[in-house]
Write a protein that binds this ligand. Structure first.
Ligand SMILES: Cc1cc2nc3c(=O)[nH]c(=O)nc-3n(C[C@H](O)[C@H](O)[C@H](O)COP(=O)(O)O)c2cc1C
Length: 151
């Protein structure tokens, strides 16, 4: 018997935004501190990537909590032009040990992820990511070496 906890009604919601507000190191630390505390209370886990003013975030947890949190983030004045890329049911969490894993990444890093280099050569960071490419990015951080860069 596996001792894995089976959770019902689990979803993930993945969004990106088009570079808006610049976050200093201190801004990011403060954002993560608050987000991790709130997520822990809500049972939300996930990861957040940041590159030059653009974010890519995965929120996972009970559907109701994730949807409510996404609405809050969507209305947050610190970023605009948010696009929800994926919202779907999942069998299990990919980032269960992270109330919000974070990595600051560079364009160069992103080009090194298989299946994404064409995109990051020509596009603005994270914007216009389609569900297929968002999944590639998710897979890289879920299973690959990139996971080790989450803090
Ligand atoms: C890029 C980004 C990611 C965020 N991620 C989270 C998060 O994972 N959890 C969270 O509670 N708030 C997060 N926030 C903050 C929310 O937008 C919002 O400010 C926060 O939930 C405060 O809500 P309150 O009005 O209940 O205090 C994020 C904000 C930004 C800009």
């Amino acid at each position: 018997m596996s001792d894995e906890v089976v959770e019902n009604d689990l979803i993930h919601c993945i969004y990106c935004n088009a570079g808006t507000v610049r976050f200093s190191e201190a801004d990011m630390v403060s954002l993560l501190e608050k987000a991790r505390e709130a997520n822990s209370a809500l049972g939300v886990t996930g990861m957040l990537l940041y590159e030059e003013g653009s974010f890519f975030q995965v929120l996972e947890g009970p559907a109701e909590s994730v949807d409510a949190l996404y609405e809050k983030i969507f209305r947050d004045k610190r970023h605009r032009r948010i696009t929800k890329i994926i919202r779907e049911s999942i069998e299990a969490r990919n980032f269960s040990e992270w109330t919000m894993g974070y990595a600051g990444v560079t364009r160069q890093d992103l080009k090194e992820i298989e299946g994404l280099n064409d995109f990051f050569y020509t596009k603005k960071c994270f914007t216009e990511l389609d569900p297929g490419r968002a999944k590639k990015l998710l897979e890289a951080f879920k299973d690959g070496n990139w996971r080790a860069s989450l803090r």
